[in-house]
Design a protein around this ligand. Structure first.
Ligand SMILES: Nc1nc2c(c(=O)[nH]1)N[C@@H](CNc1ccc(C(=O)N[C@@H](CCC(=O)N[C@@H](CCC(=O)N[C@@H](CCC(=O)O)C(=O)O)C(=O)O)C(=O)O)cc1)CN2
Ligand SMILES: [Zn+2]
Length: 754
């Protein structure tokens, strides 16, 4: 049985590509040096897959930033303002990804969005009315030939035409339908080019097929592929789907001229049923996504082989595949020197997943696999002996009652009490929590890790930073202060390190966007709070000022969504456990005199199911109550804030209000303030701080521009309900622009108050 990989991570085991790219951005290395490092990484990644015996090895899954942006370039979708910079191809590419400010011009980056239900972000291609779709296969054929020169026959990967049409932003008066034929034509040409190159298989990633599709979507899908398949070609097309099942088009795709169809058996709840009901044609290959590309637990061979057996009983030609690109898991367990084998043997990162694929393929070929060692070693992992449950945690959760999910008195009464308690000016100014994580902060932490400084030296250093930060904020004139989050490497990893039931890794980096990576902690067992986490920092910070200091926590939904979750208990149960742990911290902060507590739910929207029918029953019905559980125990006067990074919650506004926070801040500066109308229409009750400027760019907003934004907000939101703040934390920003921006923000608030 053959094996296939949908995509492989590309930043490098030790984030070599990140460091090289950042050096290139700082003009410390040349383009040639950067492309050389990239080629070396591709070489290593291919060889790793060859060594594991993978049959279908991808190429063109490498990217300097994002594969959607790569596919946009492949199709010639490069907006005029970037072409007019007249810089090199590589720099034009980076200008779209990160913006450009220099001799050749000043352009902002293209928008960035969450990639389906992951913590990866893609660049949103922009199509203008006069955009001419034209094929540029240089990167794709280049990588194919590069692998061929190494003796490796690869399967080129691109985002498919339907998904591309759905993900693009149309900035003129034309829409996806208007570009459908031209885009299809480019893919038809691409197939012809691949034919020339003797490419055997070409993979079209079409994750948009797992979303709800209406009749228009289906018509678009058919229209495009009829044209793509207009000519006969030898090159075989693999329609690769992931992140769910394709229930709306399954019957269609099995009758279309794809040589292979890739289906997700991990997240695709109905994948098995669809095959049972409608069959699978004998002339096509089923790329069965059975090895989880998103989570890090070992595959349960017995279960997988059962599914493979059933498919083969149906006479289906099966290739064993990952469920999605391995981009979403770290590289290798080999770099983890601190965790014992008692833990590590339960995990498989990307490289170990390659081994799983080949072991599974070998087992599937043998009639007596249940007698083989690989099978037995795997079975042991699932024998129920993993030490991960806590009776105490279970009992505590069982004792939670309906009343624990409801905060009293009701919000409108609290709001009146809190106005008196805090006596803040109208339009209070604040920030989202983090201040610039400058070099000194990261290097102190690195020294602590390496044992070069003591715990006490580190604590003293962070306290020094907090002191500076409080002074800085007082000087700027902000109304509600924060401690700056200098003690945190990351808002989720930091809590993972402090909570019982979590494990954390040393080098298990996963790309979040561009050169930015995260190291998600692993939820190993039942979660509880071992001891106070943030209390000392917050109490210290409050002691330095007469102004109100906001306590700063990460909420249970975000902690779960940005960790590797357990697979042996439900997400709902894990989130509830984390909620109780955060509740302990909330109550402790309150007991120690912290009067405002922000519980960030930056990632609340991220795991909202891709299909609407599942939104409430499979997610919101427990995610929202879990948030309420964290704060239902506080006094009426204690003000609970929350923060969400993306304002893409127009369609779930009642659920957000139902979190029952007193104040919510969110990102609205780039979303044309459309969200404000929806808030009004839904009689949103929570006080709001729709970010007045974009922190993702170093650009300093002027006073006038902020005044204007605030005045627009005031036409939609009552004066007594509006807060003034940036749209997210300031940790990725530099000090000078932060200072200038915040001063302008405070001045703008003063002017509007007058
Ligand atoms: N988990 C998570 N997901 C999120 C976000 C987030 O904040 N957290 N924000 C949104 C956007 N995504 C983001 C993801 C990453 C970063 C980010 O800044 N990542 C940093 C790493 C952060 C980190 O953990 N840093 C470590 C240091 C890690 C490191 O590189 N250390 C060096 C040494 C550094 C030195 O000596 O200067 C080394 O070990 O080699 C720390 O602060 O301690 C990066 O890639 O550069 C920002 C936004 C959505 N998803
Ligand atoms: Zn944010």
């Amino acid at each position: 049985m053959k094996t296939s990989v949908i995509g492989f991570p590309r930043v490098g085991t030790l984030r070599e590509l990140k460091f090289a790219s950042e050096k290139y951005f700082r003009h410390e290395i040349t383009a040639q040096e950067l492309t050389g490092i990239a080629a070396d990484l591709r070489h290593i990644h291919w060889m790793t897959q060859v060594a594991a015996g993978i049959g279908f090895i991808p190429c063109n899954d490498f990217s300097f930033y994002d594969i959607v942006l790569d596919t946009a370039v492949l199709l010639g979708i490069v907006p005029r303002r970037y072409r007019e910079l007249n810089v090199s191809k590589l720099d034009t590419y980076f200008a779209m990804a990160r913006g450009y400010q220099g001799e050749s011009g000043d352009v902002k980056a293209l928008a960035m969005k969450k990639w389906f239900n992951t913590n990866y972000h893609y660049i949103v291609p922009e199509i203008e009315d006069d955009t001419v779709i034209s094929l540029d296969c240089e990167k794709l054929t280049g990588e194919y030939e590069e692998a061929k020169a190494l003796g490796i026959k690869t399967k080129p990967v691109v985002i498919g035409p339907y998904t591309m049409l759905k993900l693009c932003r149309y900035v003129g008066s034309k829409n996806a339908e208007d570009f459908a034929d031209d885009v299809a034509e480019a893919y038809r040409q691409l197939i012809a080019e691949c034919d020339e190159e003797n490419v055997e298989w070409l993979q079209f990633d079409e994750p948009s097929l797992v979303r709800d599709m209406d009749d228009d979507d289906k018509a678009l899908f058919h229209r495009v592929y009829e044209r793509v398949f207009a000519d006969r070609a030898d090159c075989k097309i693999l329609l690769q789907t992931y992140f769910g099942d394709v229930r709306d088009v399954y019957e269609d795709i099995i009758n279309m001229p794809f040589a292979g169809i890739g289906l997700d058996f991990i997240e695709g709840k109905q994948t098995g049923q669809l095959i049972d009901r409608y069959g699978f044609p004998g002339d096509k290959v089923l790329f069965a996504g059975l090895v989880n590309g998103k989570n890090i637990w070992r595959n349960h061979y017995d279960k997988t082989l059962n599914v493979v057996g059933q498919l083969r009983d149906k006479k289906i030609d099966v290739v064993l595949s990952t469920s999605c690109s391995l981009l979403h898991v770290p590289y290798t367990l080999k770099q983890e020197t601190k965790l014992s084998q008692d833990y590590l043997r339960f995990f498989a990162f990307a490289e170990e997943k390659l081994i799983e694929l080949s072991e599974l393929a070998a087992l599937a070929e043998s009639y007596n696999y249940t007698e083989l060692e690989a099978y037995h070693k795997n079975q042991e992992l699932f024998a129920g002996t993993r030490d991960c449950n806590s009776d105490e945690v279970r009992q505590r959760l069982a004792a939670v009652t309906e009343a624990d999910y409801a905060r009293l008195p009701k919000r409108s009464e609290r709001q009146a009490l809190q106005k008196k308690e805090f006596g803040l000016p109208e339009l209070p100014t604040t920030t989202i929590g983090s201040f610039p994580q400058t070099k000194d902060v990261k290097s102190q932490r690195a020294q602590l890790r390496k044992g070069e400084i003591s715990e006490q030296e580190y604590v003293d250093f962070v306290k020094g930073k907090i002191k500076e930060c409080v002074k800085w904020q007082e000087d700027i004139g902000l109304d509600v202060l924060v401690h700056g989050e200098y003690e945190r490497n990351d808002m989720v990893e930091y809590f993972g390190e402090a909570l019982g039931g979590f494990l954390f890794t040393e080098k298990a980096w996963v790309q979040s966007y561009g050169t930015r990576c995260v190291k998600p902690p692993v939820i190993w067992g039942d979660v509880y709070r071992k001891k106070p986490i943030t209390v000392d920092w917050s109490v210290y910070a409050q002691s330095l000022t007469d102004k109100i200091m906001k306590g700063m926590l990460t909420g249970p939904v975000t902690i779960l969504n940005w960790s590797f979750p357990r697979e042996d208990i439900s997400i709902k149960e894990s989130i509830s456990q984390i909620a109780l742990a955060i509740r302990d911290e909330v109550l402790d902060l309150e007991a120690h005199g912290i009067k405002m507590i922000q519980i960030d739910e930056a990632a609340l929207r991220e795991k909202l199911p891709l299909r609407k029918s599942d939104w409430y029953t499979e997610y919101l019905d427990f995610a929202i109550p879990a948030f309420r559980l964290t704060h239902s125990g506080v006094k009426a006067e204690t003000q609970i804030h929350t923060h969400m990074c993306y304002s893409e919650f127009t369609d779930i506004i009642p659920a957000i209000d139902d979190m029952d926070a007193d104040v919510i801040t969110f990102e609205a500066s780039r979303s044309d303030l459309q969200i404000l109308d929806s808030l009004r229409e839904n009689n949103f009750e929570t006080e709001v701080g729709p970010g007045v400027y974009d922190i993702h760019s170093p650009r300093v907003p002027s006073v006038a521009e902020i005044v204007k934004a605030v005045n627009v907000m005031l036409t939609k939101i009552g004066r007594d309900k509006l807060w003034i703040n940036p749209d997210c934390g300031l940790k990725t920003r530099g000090v000078p622009e932060t200072d200038a921006s915040l001063r302008n923000m405070v001045e703008a608030a003063r002017q509007v108050r007058k």
